[in-house]
Design a protein around this ligand. Structure first.
Ligand code: ZN
Length: 153
């Protein structure tokens, strides 16, 4: 349910585990052992985490509302900086890459239009990122998140 929230946290540079195949016990175990904050819309899981003194946050909104709440609670800067972003798909770090190295991976028009590219460091992902049209949408979404954040008490 938190797929988009997870992608956005990664874009914002936060190491984010998102896996629908993990059950509640495994979630609690991972959160405890890896010092992660558990995000869930399951009130029973919230109680179980609290009992084990695992940091947990109950979220039930859409991703924009969720990110507004997260950014307020954890003082997250609502800026996407590719230098710290993680791959939204797989959570690995992304690194700046010389344009010539990704020539085969993007359409010619994209290659001609942009000079800055980033690539996922996960060998089985290797997605290429650049500041295309989607970037304008990112900025718009960030503005929406900021607006909602202002309305939070
Ligand atoms: Zn990746």
């Amino acid at each position: 349910m938190f797929g988009r929230t997870a992608k956005w946290l990664r874009l914002l540079g936060y190491d984010t585990l998102y896996d629908n195949s993990i059950d509640d016990d495994q979630f609690l175990e991972i959160a405890k052992n890896k010092n992660r904050i558990l995000l869930t819309k399951d009130e029973i899981l919230v109680e179980r985490a609290k009992n084990k003194k695992i940091p947990v946050l109950f979220l039930k909104g859409n991703y924009i509302k969720n990110l507004a709440i997260l950014s307020k609670k954890y003082d997250i800067d609502l800026i996407i900086d590719p230098k710290i972003s993680r791959c939204p798909t797989c959570n690995y770090e992304i690194v700046s890459v010389n344009k010539s190295e990704i020539k085969e991976q993007v359409p010619q028009s994209t290659y001609d239009l942009f000079d800055e590219f980033w690539i996922c460091t996960n060998d089985s992902c290797k997605k290429v990122y650049y500041k295309g049209h989607h970037w304008i949408n990112f900025e718009k979404t960030l503005e929406k998140i900021k607006e909602i954040r202002k309305t939070l008490g």
